[in-house]
Design a protein around this ligand. Structure first.
Ligand code: C2E
Ligand code: CA
Ligand code: CA
Ligand code: CA
Length: 277
């Protein structure tokens, strides 16, 4: 099928057909996944390394497709965003996360559940109020839910996003900037947005023990973020050496395989009970 006509011409490649078919299937099956219980959330601890306690968990979505097996969120979230299905998924994530936060709260576990929201979710200015009301009816304080947004999400329509995030803040939700450093105007967003927490992207963290540039970028970012009186999270820490280096830099919070991979709610509960003893 190759049609190789000069530099710019699209080159049809073996496998494109399969990829397209797969995407079609995933987009088609997504609504079904929601109603047939194929989606679930897993939870990854966020550990305060100054106090050595776990105070929060990030909720991450998982899709077990009946024929195609495990579908990574990086793959289907993008498809859901592009096909207009993301708000359906976000509503499901929100309901699920609130139910879990409520269960933990009732058991006396002091754990904030952080969810990921997409650009499209931040265009809905009724969302902060609806969320706050939903939590209010079950007597769950809004600080038990945190939202993570990427710089990319903010870029789409900055004015509306700032308005919606201000409402989230006014309702008492904790707000984190995700994947810090990978967007285009990170510093401008720190100034414009009502942020409580900044998560430094894993791409800067993973080689911190051997790469002087990454080391410098992370060290300086931590000073900047703390200078603004915000919490700083290092994402994707995999080794005790990583914890050590980040602790010396004054980092507050670590999330990564070094503590735990994302795990099911019951497993997380056991993990956190043991960790915080
Ligand atoms: P993210 O929000 O940056 O989430 C962190 C990702 O890093 C997760 O991948 C997590 O499993 C992974 N991770 C954490 N610690 C380590 C580590 O030490 N080493 C390595 N190699 N990886 C680590 P995951 O669960 O595959 O999620 C990928 C992305 O998919 C997320 O990136 C987020 O952008 C998106 N996503 C996941 N769940 C949701 C959701 O419910 N809603 C939305 N809108 N997006 C979601
Ligand atoms: Ca996140
Ligand atoms: Ca991230
Ligand atoms: Ca990411």
């Amino acid at each position: 099928h190759a049609c190789n006509q000069g530099e710019d011409a699209y080159v049809y490649q073996e496998g494109d057909d399969a990829k397209y078919q797969r995407e079609l299937s995933l987009v088609r099956d997504l609504p079904l996944a929601l109603t047939q219980g194929q989606l679930h959330l897993v939870y990854q601890p966020k550990v305060n390394i100054q106090k050595n306690t776990c105070y929060a968990a990030e909720a991450l979505i998982r899709w077990q497709h009946p024929e195609l097996g495990f579908i990574p969120p990086d793959e289907f979230i993008k498809l859901a965003e592009n096909s207009g299905n993301i708000s359906m998924i976000s509503e499901w994530v929100i309901a699920e996360a609130i139910a879990q936060a409520s269960a933990w709260h009732q058991q006396g576990l002091d754990i904030t559940v952080a969810i990921n929201l997409s650009a499209h979710d931040l265009m809905d200015d009724t969302l902060p109020m609806r969320l706050a009301e939903q939590m209010n009816t079950i007597n769950l304080p809004t600080y038990t839910l945190a939202i993570e947004v990427t710089e990319g999400a903010v870029m789409t329509d900055t004015e509306t996003t700032i308005h919606v995030l201000n409402q989230f803040e006014a309702k008492g939700f904790h707000i984190a900037i995700d994947d810090f450093g990978t967007g285009h105007s990170s510093l401008a967003y720190l100034k414009l947005l009502p942020v409580n927490e900044v998560k430094i992207d894993r791409s800067f963290i993973k080689d911190i023990h051997q790469n002087a540039t990454d080391h410098m970028i992370v060290d300086t970012s931590i000073k900047l973020i703390k200078g603004l009186h915000l919490s700083v999270v290092a994402e994707g820490v995999e080794t005790p050496l990583g914890i050590d280096i980040l602790q010396k830099m004054g980092c507050d919070i670590i999330q990564g395989y070094v503590y735990s991979k994302p795990i099911k709610a019951v497993e997380f509960q056991a993990w956190v009970t043991n960790f915080n003893h």
